[in-house]
Design a protein around this ligand. Structure first.
Ligand code: NDP
Ligand code: OXD
Length: 315
């Protein structure tokens, strides 16, 4: 019973140390070193090299070291074993914090006040109550529901959009292609917490921006995306900001990451950028969650339903 740790994009050393400490009963193998493929029963991965997991004949389950599995599912050779993704209260709380920060920043026009401050301008800006502003949450999963609950406590009017119909207290819910139009027509601030799948890639494009409610105190629709960069067409986002179709955008995720230094998004006066850190969370807590999930799976209880990835839907 060995756990293989295969991570690309960050250094795996701290994760290997954590797993060795938290699961001393098993061998923890480093995919960068030669290892016995037949001994591997579980894999903890982030963007593993395509083909690696297919080379493990006794692999029983894959544990993705993040909530989004798009990079993992992009491997066409992925073996047919259960895949678990991260669902963790600490990660969820941090995402909700980032979403709330950005919604309030736009609603309270913090960037405009900062501009005024530079010129010593005592500028009074229109300030409606939260109850008169609608935040639309795209993606009503673990993260979307928690963010909506926090925004509801602040008094915002809430709408939500998902693939299948949902009922959530205090949220006017819409689903699927038919629900998208009415959802957008009601929305002032759009919070995107969707996974990247064949059904969502490129969704945040010129066509969608044109269907959005136009008039509010912020000068138009505001886009807040912490789902995945592949959801947005960045040339369309930039054009919409320049034409005034979008009033502002807060982006944590990008088509290419790290965002290239040459991207015009960096210097755009209406764009707020964070480097895919919206839900940066306590790695020790995540490692504990994964070790507990591996033990649960070995005890024959399977993968907790909320964390089990459905390959057909891609999330
Ligand atoms: P969940 O799987 O719990 O929820 C996904 C939601 O998206 C569900 O409500 C689902 O609908 C909806 N959805 C999926 N496909 C479609 C579609 N085609 N049309 C409409 N709705 C759709 O995911 P989480 O809430 O845990 O995470 C969401 C995403 O956030 C992750 O996939 C990841 O990409 C991103 N993320 C980003 C982080 C960051 O730091 N920036 C950190 C963590 C996650 P339904 O309810 O019908 O299933
Ligand atoms: C992600 C994560 O999926 O950080 O982006 O969990």
């Amino acid at each position: 019973m060995s756990l293989l740790v295969a991570i690309r994009g960050w250094t795996p050393d701290a994760w290997i140390e954590r797993f060795r400490r938290l699961a001393p009963e098993r061998a923890v193998l480093d995919a960068r070193q030669p290892f016995d493929a037949a001994a591997v029963t579980h894999a903890a991965v982030w963007k593993p090299a395509p083909g690696l997991l297919a080379s493990l004949p006794n692999l029983g389950a894959i544990f993705n070291l993040g909530a989004g599995v798009d990079a993992l599912l992009a491997d066409p050779t992925l073996p047919d074993v259960p895949i678990a993704r991260i669902v963790d209260p600490d990660l969820t709380a941090r995402m909700t914090e980032w979403v709330t920060l950005n919604v309030l920043m736009h609603h309270r026009q913090v960037r405009l006040h900062a501009e005024n401050q530079k010129g010593a301008i005592w500028g009074a800006l229109p300030q409606p109550a939260a109850k008169d502003v609608t935040v639309g949450v795209m993606g009503l999963g673990v993260l979307g529901r928690d963010a909506a609950a926090a925004l509801g406590r602040l008094g915002f009017r809430l709408t939500g959009w998902s693939r299948s119909p949902r009922e959530i207290d205090g949220v006017e819910c819409f689903a699927g292609a038919f629900g998208l139009g009415p959802f957008l027509e009601r929305t002032d601030i759009l919070v995107v917490l969707l996974p990247l799948t064949d059904g969502t890639r490129g969704l945040l494009c010129r066509d969608l921006f044109a269907r959005w409610r136009r008039h509010n105190h912020m000068g138009g629709p505001v886009l807040i995306n912490a789902g995945r960069g592949g959801l947005q067409v960045e040339t369309d986002v930039l054009a919409a900001l320049d034409e005034g179709t979008l009033a502002a955008a807060s982006l944590d995720v990008f088509e290419a990451e790290p965002l290239p230094k040459t991207s015009p998004l960096w210097a755009h006066p209406k764009v707020t950028i964070t480097p895919h850190c919206a839900a940066d969370s306590d790695a020790e807590a995540l490692a504990r969650v994964i070790v507990a999930a591996i033990r649960r799976e070995e005890a024959g209880e399977g993968i907790a339903p909320e964390t089990l990835v459905d390959r057909r839907t891609g999330y």
